[in-house]
Design a protein around this ligand. Structure first.
Ligand SMILES: [Fe+2]
Ligand SMILES: [Fe+2]
Length: 135
């Protein structure tokens, strides 16, 4: 199983946000390893809850920075965050209720949502924040 490695191409240029993205990727990697080891539903739910909690915290940090500096893409970015959170919550609920959710495809989707979001949307606020003294 390939683990996610974080490289410079994924950096948004705001230190605290780059650190948080690293933690998000670590958490997803942990989930993937747990699935590979054949972990039970309970542990899976616990890890997904942790991912949801951290994701919510991370999104709130970004939203605060964008709102404070009047970032023009704020509304669209905020909507994208809500959509990702909704998808993870939905997946977590299915795991919790024991529905036959295939974990591997779910984790691939999770990884893709995060990476696409970081590369396409998060990188847009980098220069805007840098110009306003947030590095
Ligand atoms: Fe982000
Ligand atoms: Fe974001």
């Amino acid at each position: 199983m390939t683990l996610l490695t974080w490289n410079h191409a994924c950096e948004v240029g705001v230190r605290a946000m780059d650190d948080q993205h690293g933690i998000l990727m670590d958490t997803i990697n942990e989930l993937r390893l747990a699935v590979a080891r054949g972990c039970g539903r309970e542990q899976m739910s616990e890890l997904l809850e942790r991912l949801i909690a951290f994701t919510g915290m991370h999104f709130a940090s970004e939203e605060q920075l964008m709102e404070r500096t009047g970032f023009p893409g704020f509304a669209a970015h905020y909507a994208a965050h809500r959509e990702i959170l909704e998808q993870i919550r939905h997946a977590a609920q299915r795991v919790e209720h024991g529905e036959g959710l295939k974990m591997r495809p779910l984790l691939c989707n999770l990884r893709d949502w995060y990476i696409a979001h970081i590369e396409e949307m998060d990188r847009e606020y980098g220069p805007w924040l840098n110009e306003r003294g947030v590095n």
